[in-house]
Design a binder for this molecule. Structure first.
Ligand code: ZN
Length: 330
């Protein structure tokens, strides 16, 4: 396969702190011979494990960029053993546009893996992670949140994997992250995800969903900062023990966790996040916005659990995600 068109301005093998860019040639109307410059920081001190930390895989999710820009600014190489590679804004064009997907090519980076060195901008970013950064990693943390259209209880997530030894490593890293909730996450659409690409390479991988609504809160930013620091301690890149408080374990046994809208209209949530829910409970109503005097459509939970995620904007369309119920486990 053709080499990646990305040229890093940092040297992954050099000790110390380097702030630079992933330079990806991007010829466009206002910069004919220009490049997309994706910020990257490498902090290295001798031999040891490598962590690859990413945010804004989706451009409208902000806990990752907030926590990782802070880490890039502050991480002292003398305080670590090994290497930390930080890309706070992975889908940089999407981040600059405050959109989930890239304004350049419409690409959803978290559905673009394994990518292609000959594809669109988003596919080229995916390919660089696929063939260069994932192979360097021992542990990968990819910080997501709900973005403009979803909101979640703050959770770290691992997946059910065929390799139970690898799954155990991922679950241990999820517990080290120590978000208020820890979820064995069932993906609606796992094909093309960064998660799947990293897991297929045998890596210890965790992701998160921390809040949403296209913004960040003081609480969720603090969860991201503590979680990342904890994972670096867990894999002995930083000294010390992870700071652990209570987490609630959540399980997602199947597709009944999700309710999807078959109507469009005005969205009225009927339950707050983290509320206990029983099968048949009302989770949302959709009001007809084309005429008055018509009944609302009621959407009900398909199983018992807690409300772990829901639609965020005031308007909803057919096919939109309404809610996610997960089961607390002890
Ligand atoms: Zn996301």
């Amino acid at each position: 396969m053709r080499n990646s068109p990305v040229t890093p301005t940092v040297d992954y093998d050099r000790d110390g702190v380097q702030h630079g860019f992933l330079n990806l040639p991007h010829s466009r109307d206002f910069s004919a011979w220009g490049s997309l410059m994706i910020p990257i920081t490498v902090v290295k001190n001798g031999a040891g494990p490598t962590a690859v930390l990413t945010g804004a895989n989706h451009g409208d999710e902000y806990e990752g960029p907030v926590a990782l820009l802070e880490l890039a600014r502050s991480l002292d190489p003398a305080a670590i053993a090994g290497r930390v590679i930080i890309v706070p804004m992975m889908n940089y064009p999407a981040f600059r546009a405050a959109t989930r997907t890239s304004p350049v090519d419409g690409g959803n980076l978290n559905r673009a893996f394994p990518g292609s060195p000959e594809g669109s901008i988003t596919q080229k970013i995916a390919d660089y992670f696929q063939r260069t950064l994932i192979p360097l990693a021992d542990v990968i943390v990819d910080i997501h949140s709900g973005g403009k259209t979803l909101e979640f209880v703050p959770f770290a997530a691992a997946h059910i994997l065929e390799d139970k030894q690898q799954q155990g490593r991922c679950v241990a890293a999820m517990h080290a992250f120590n978000a208020p909730f820890s979820t064995m996450l069932l993906e609606i659409d796992a094909v093309g995800m960064y998660d799947t690409a990293a897991e297929d390479q045998g890596k210890t991988f965790i992701s998160t969903e921390l809040g949403g609504g296209g913004t960040v809160s003081a609480e969720t930013a603090a969860i991201a900062k503590k979680g990342i620091s904890n994972v670096l301690k867990h894999c002995n890149i930083l000294a010390g023990d992870p700071e652990i408080s209570q987490t609630r374990m959540l399980d997602m046994p199947g597709s009944d966790c999700f309710v999807i809208s078959e109507h469009s209209g005005l969205f009225e949530p009927c339950l707050e996040l983290a509320s206990p829910v029983r099968k048949g409970d009302l989770v949302a109503r959709i009001h007809n916005i084309e005429r008055t005097g018509t009944p609302t459509i009621e959407y009900r939970a398909k199983m018992d659990g807690i409300l772990a995620g829901r639609h965020f904007p005031g308007l909803i369309g057919t096919g939109d995600f309404i809610s996610m119920v997960a089961i607390p486990v002890s």
